[in-house]
Design a protein around this ligand. Sequence first.
Ligand code: H53
Length: 832
Amino acid sequence: MSAADKVKPAASPASEDPSAIAGNISYHAQYSPHFSPLAFGPEQAFYATAESVRDHLLQRWNDTYLHFHKTDPKQTYYLSMEYLQGRALTNAIGNLGITGAYADAIKKFGYELEAVAGQERDAALGNGGLGRLASCFLDSMATLNLPSWGYGLRYRYGLFKQRIAKEGQEEIAEDWLDKFSPWEIVRHDIVYPIRFFGHVEIAPDGRRKWAGGEVLSALAYDVPIPGYKTKNAISLRLWDAKATAADFNLFQFNDGQYESAAQLHSRAQQICAVLYPGDATEEGKLLRLKQQYFLCSASLQDIIFRFKERKPDRVSGKWSEFPSKVAVQMNDTHPTLAIPELMRLLMDEEGLGWDEAWDVTNKTVAYTNHTVLPEALEKWSQAVMRKLLPRHMEIIEEIDKRFREMVISTRKDMEGKIESMRVLDNNPEKPVVRMANLCVVAGHTVNGVAELHSNILKEELFADYLSIWPKKFQNKTNGITPRRWLRFCNPELSEIVTKWLKTDQWTSNLDLLTGLRKFADDEKLHAEWAAAKLASKKRLAKHVLDVTGVTIDPNSLFDIQIKRIHEYKRQLMNILGAVYRYKKLKEMSAEERQKVTPRTVMVGGKAFATYTNAKRIVKLVNDVGAVVNNDADVNKYLKVVFIPNYNVSVAEVLIPGSELSQHISTAGMEASGTSNMKFSLNGCVIIGTLDGANVEIREEVGQDNFFLFGAKADQIAGLRKERENGLFKPDPRFEEAKQFIRSGAFGTYDYTPLLDSLEGNTGFGRGDYFLVGYDFPSYIEAQARVDEAYKDKKKWIKMSILNTAGSGKFSSDRTIDQYAKEIWGISACPVP
Ligand code: H53
């Protein structure tokens, strides 16, 4: 009898019969030690239900692991410092196809599924787009039956909770593990040592060896990720840091020195304490680097362990086989240390020579770039790196040296370019390691996340490398999972889509949505479509009332901008537009106002805690809302609402209820954007610039169904020059909106520094670097076209239908299929 057979469960998890499920939920309520069995409020109901669902997931997870183990396919490992998972219950039962059974079972306790699911806390282990993309990718990997796993960190406190106080945004630690997470399984059998600091020695066999310093443990927590309509469930493995009993100094403790007795324990706790520790201080920077290394080292040790486990005879001499069994994808530069760590493990632990280790590493790792913003391209101080990771710094220096030699010996013509292409920037003032350069030099493939962005990488950021490695660069336009972002968050619209397409297969074959095009003028579909939208708008209005106390009219045009607050995303242009609109409404007569399209402008998003201008923008939206919403002359025609604490589950309410959504970044600055895809999929029309994935969305949905404005990416540099040279003449409407705010119309807060950032040369540095002033007139004019279009209900609904119909390309299933075929070289491995 094999070990696996010995532990086969006597009974499988609750079947799909509601009574059996209810019994299983009761079982968990009684025997899970978290709550008194006497109390069974909605919260307890959630935890017991989740544990019951987890039984299903675990079985699939085990079956999938075993199947991969036996089949030994090539497997992808997605390394990401961020996952924005959101809630899991609705998604899990939806993917397992047991939503109805669970809804019925829960009714037996007197509860509605929606209310129970609403008890779940968001798992917000990410900041924004990049983290949510990673989560969508996991859903698609599982659904496509791909042998692939995610690796990340188990932050104790995820993305902060945002509260809006009098002074603006306040950050509160988000304790998603406050009670516990029913989805994770702690794996006490999976623990790896992780070293920091120390020095490099020469071992007796001549190998270099990293020694000394401090050693912590990485402990695995597995979160099963079920695919849609498949038996496969993959793993998101999150690492937590621990110190051991041996690190606890009992002598010191008994001597009353409590803190020093547990020093290493407290340092271990810091590692996964928070997502993105503030990096303004040296301590903060060091902690962030520790986090990155912790993720890379634990994951690679685990990957190598599994490589050996699947074929024990691989232990020696078969390393050339490694890239045919393992693909490592680095989600941005955050996991770049995977490169020197894999080199170190192969050379120092496994005994490979440099050339062989380099060949294996190069064939294994690939890099996705998500930004061209200079301030977001990571650079680490060489001194900090040398102190924390001395052996890795040696390896990086060697990579840099060999790259230089290669260019010098093979590409005389590039000599002048070498300094900027090198991995090391040896500027004596501030010597740094350029992480993106390391990724490009060491990885076999580099990809951008939308066509425009990938072209900018090839033509600008990485242009010099392109001439050396023309085949290294690819595009993989981002995508979103249609399960969470239409099927489960918008059941009303989903039913209509299924009814008209006569199949629900669009859920895993999103291209089928084009089938809606032929009904785009059908009046019956229009009536159903409008009713579904209205239902979602009412749900949204209820959320707004609950969290802000502001009543909004579901018959007004719902105009939404939700994303991280950043100057390049230009929420400031949105709010200046609303201010301008307000001023014009004030100047109108009562009769004139009646002709105006009523609008509710909603803005939501978090500002990084130390990003002052972003916080000022949050404050301004709130201040404008406070005045406009209480102005009886106009508040029938305009409301401005700031939606607090924007997160995944709030997005699931807002997106289905949206009609117009703003994706208005300065062209060339937003690598892709993914919420634009979610809005469009839910029948929302976009007002936007030709930036990121907007370009492709507009192509797919048709240019008549997209409100375009603003400068193009290739004009931006010239326009900035023009501004610098004082040649820019601002439009009077732009001046009027700014002046209105400066006049104190929205309270006494000093908005001067924020508004000055939009002026020419103010000492605030970049003098409207994001070109709000240049794009403002065309933005206002596009908004006027929106107002006109919305008056024609038939036209608007047709635009809405055509947006959904044109969204097929933006399924993350398509994206992941392309990664699998064109970068990873893996194929489906479905559990039979
Ligand atoms: O990644 C998204 C893009 C989006 C881009 C975002 C992103 C982060 O969320 C964090 C860091 C980073 O470098 C980029 O801003 O345009 O859609 C997923 O690719």
